[in-house]
Design a protein. Structure first.
Length: 172
């Protein structure tokens, strides 16, 4: 049923575009097409991401892996590939900006991803979102914090752009 509705609405909008848009030079029509294209691309990304998550969840169940392990490996690699490409291109222009983007991108994903989805679930259900804390999740959290602490301590010491404040706080 939803497919029929989407097909009917899409066909009606396509017919309106064919009938009423001759040259496409009007700014309002351009903005409308841009917004419609953006909305369609967001829906496609959402649909494809949903299918990828469903496929990997089924594969994890078939292989006997926990959701935390699949999230830490397959999902993390897929999610971080675009960040890797962007950080490498940023690093050619500004290494410090790329270093900041390496931490800023995942931090934004964590804060907005967990924060917005948790707020949505809390507002719609009226209760807090339950989180299963497994041993693999605790191990991964401890490992992540250890790597971040080591990076936080080692990076300013190795950076060619150190400041007097860095030398004061972290003597060599």
């Amino acid at each position: 049923m939803p497919l029929v509705v989407v097909l009917a609405v899409g066909s009606a909008l396509a017919l309106c575009v064919c009938l009423f848009v001759s040259t496409g030079r009007h700014p309002a029509l351009r903005l409308g097409r841009c917004l419609a294209g953006f909305a369609v691309s967001i829906f496609w990304i959402m649909a494809l991401a949903d299918e990828v998550v469903n496929t990997l969840t089924v594969m994890a169940e078939l292989l006997g892996l926990s959701d935390a392990i699949v999230g830490l490996t397959v999902f993390a690699i897929g999610n971080s590939t675009a960040d890797l490409v962007a950080d490498l291109s940023i690093a050619t222009f500004s290494p410090i900006m790329a270093f900041s983007a390496c931490f800023g991108g995942p931090m934004l994903n964590i804060l907005l991803g967990i924060g917005l989805s948790g707020a949505y679930v809390t507002l719609t259900t009226g209760r807090a979102y339950p989180i299963e804390i497994s041993s693999s999740l605790v191990t991964s959290e401890i490992s992540l914090l250890a790597v971040l602490a080591i990076t936080f301590g080692a990076s300013p010491r190795r950076s060619p752009l150190t400041s007097p404040l860095t030398d004061l706080l972290l003597p060599r």
